[in-house]
Structures are given as C-alpha cells and as structure tokens.
Design a protein. Sequence first.
Length: 199
Amino acid sequence: MKPFLLATGNAHKLGEFQSLLPQNVSIGLPPEGTQFPPETGETYFQNAYLKAASCLPAPGHWIVADDSGLEVDALDGRPGLLSARYAGMGASGLMNCQALVREMKEVPPERRAARFRCVLVVLDGDKGSLLASAQGIVEGRLTRGILGEGGFGYDPLFIPEGYQVTFGILPETVKNRVSHRARAVHHLLAVLGIPGAAP
C-alpha cells in the first residue's frame, strides 16, 4: 500500500484525516508551494479531482483530495459548492456562519434541515489514473446561532441527526464517527480494500 498525499495546504484538514485513517496508513502534505486550482467544478467530484490532479506527479504515492459543503433545504441546497466562500472570497469560517445565520433568520425550526456532504477521490501519483472515489453524508439541522467553539467551518451551526448539540460542542471522538468526512473515508478505504477503518 502506498502512502497518501493529501491535496491541501491546510494542516487542520491533515490532522482530521490522520485521526480518521488506520494507524498503519501514512498521509502527508504535498511539497510547500504547491498551487491548487480554483474550485470551478460543477460538482464536488470535479472540484476534488482538480485538487488531486494539481499534485501530479507524486511518485510512489496515492493522491487523495476532498470537496465538501453544507446543503440547506430551505435555501434549495445552498451554500453547497460555495460553502467555503459563502460570505465572499477569502471569508473566514466565522464570516460564513454569520452570513448563513442572517439568511436563515426567519426560517422556522421545522424548515431548518441540512446536511454535510463530502466527496473524496484518489489518483495514482505515478500514472495519474483515478483509483477510487467515495461519498459521505450526515443529515442534521441548523441552529439559530453559533453554538460551540470546536471544529471549523459551519460546525457550530450544525446539529447532526440523533444529537442535541452542534459539531462545535460534540467531542472530536464523536465527530470522527459520524461526520460526512468520516463516512467518506470509511467508504473510500473499503473501496480500496484497506482494512482497519472504523464505521
């Protein structure tokens, strides 16, 4: 099994992937200065593929990339593909959360259903071919305001199905069992035939 190269410059995301993978699976970041393309794809898969391809060639590695978003039913699926820049290019997670809270201000509790979706792709770093892809989804609902300081992105607004508090409050051990990224990683490892993934 080849080591993974995670197509991101985000050390926080690397830490999350490390916590989701079995201990015998190695994962690291691409060389410093790697340029990632703008997320111009029309699907999560396309965006993830673009990120992974930007790391080619990567001899002796499998390149894994993800794209994810928050989909709100009352907003017809928005912010979706634009989740990371919902409040504008370069917006922080807090700014995106605040923008969503404002837009959802008048939406009643029964119409606050939402989900996180994550799509992963893996490319062969030597050949550039697509080895596998997988998707993970966690259903839930949105709060009326920011609750908790844990996680990142929209975590402080999202209460996963079966729980009463947000990802911003839930322990990381819980999030790593039920999150969209955890589920996508579990499915991806199964597709690749790598044992040891926790469901």
